[in-house]
Design a protein around this ligand. Sequence first.
Ligand code: BES
Ligand code: MN
Ligand code: ZN
Length: 494
Amino acid sequence: MEFSIKSGNPELQSSDCLIVGIFEGGELSASAKGLDDISSKAVSAVVKTGDMQGKLGSTVLMHHLPNVQIKRVLLVGLGQQDTLGAKSYLKAVRAAVKALPKAVTNAGFCLTELTVLEMTVNEKAAQIAEVVSDATYQVNALKSKKPETVALNKVVIFVDKPDASQAKVALAQGVAIGKGVKMAKDLGNLPGNVCTPTYLGKQAKQLAKEYGFNVDVLDRAAIEKLGMGSFLGVAQGSDEPMRLIVLQHKNGKKGQKPVALVGKGITFDTGGISLKGGSEMDEMKYDMCGAASVLGTFKAIGELNLPINAVGIIPACDNMPSGKALKPGDVVTSMSGQTIEILNTDAEGRLVLCDALTYAERFEPSTVVDIATLTGACVVALGHHATAVYSNQDALAGELLAAGTAAHDRAWHMPMWDDYQPQLDSNFADMANIGGRAGGSITAACFLSRFTKKYDWAHLDIAGTAWKSGKEKGGTGRPVPLLTTFLIKRTENK
Ligand code: BES
Ligand code: MN
Ligand code: ZN
């Protein structure tokens, strides 16, 4: 998909279809009015029939308007003009993309002119790119009969001349985020027998080649040398080789401490000996979505060649039951030296993350953010709308929440008070790997906090947001928009 910003009369540009807005009650947006005026009121005529009354997300496709070169005009309902906010705006854009006829290859969006509450022209342009990329996403990697592909390959976003040059910068960010989201979705959607730790390692190497990152993919022998007893414990039950993947993007100031992103890469989570129930277990192929979000974010910052130093760390393995698997009651020694009593082998995410978080210390990071489909309890707490944020620095939590709001990829700050820590007490080791039913997402964060004392750290529990279940089953690519926006803002403020 090729995106561009253009100014001037949309009617004079080559395009197969122009998209213009209509407000509730039938009032025409400026571009709709422009077309109406030259076409002897063809647009008003449609409104008068009652077929387009501006209801949010409704669409009407018009052909061959009098005196208009472009073959099609798609009217999209915007809802109430005075309350048009970002949510409605995104809904209208998505509806328009979905309503484009299959044959349209080049679409022109006349929608940045609209006054949207709390949305700048830049944001409107960037969001059009993200929504187009999201709404035209197809999973077809593994179907023998390829579904019809979307013909749309050019998107022109019309912006008033004075705003055009900055809108181009914003558009590039939106396009980069769109690509990162696509990568994260693709990886998440692949099954566990394809998207293995080895496969993730290859993807990282390919990214490194494409964007000039440094990359290291460590195998079991190297991981043993590092003394990652906790990560090794989880991996030992599986015949699938484990990997520790390390990416480095060095485009910040020399000596500037990097931001590290650490992603949970469990390529399939059966629960291990504490075996999960069978229903919907297939969805545990998504247990590497934290890793996918790290790779997707690296794709986005690579596209932008963002002036920042960043490290990506991915501990990847399967969590399987077998004769070699960890058993409840086993005690492992983490890379930090702290010992852990495994009371439930299904609480494996924290076991692979804790060693990756200790490993992160060697990069002397200013900030570490881990991303993990960590707990079912998080889904109970926040549902599928918000990612949970935990942090040992309130200011960092604030930055991540603000990035999430700006990126329309929302997060919510959860408590991580010391009061919860005793739930992790163990009679036999320094700590247990579970803290009981109460506050399950919080005690998982508390567990990780014991390995992150040396830097500012935040933990994102994406168990509820990384993928959708049911009829729309599929990866969402979240929180790539949040993470990329967070990094972009860091380059702007520091
Ligand atoms: N990957 C799961 C968490 C999960 C479950 C995410 C369902 C999304 C949907 C994680 O490894 C896990 O199994 N966590 C356990 C922890 C418990 C044993 C303390 C859980 O949430 O049940
Ligand atoms: Mn588990
Ligand atoms: Zn898991």
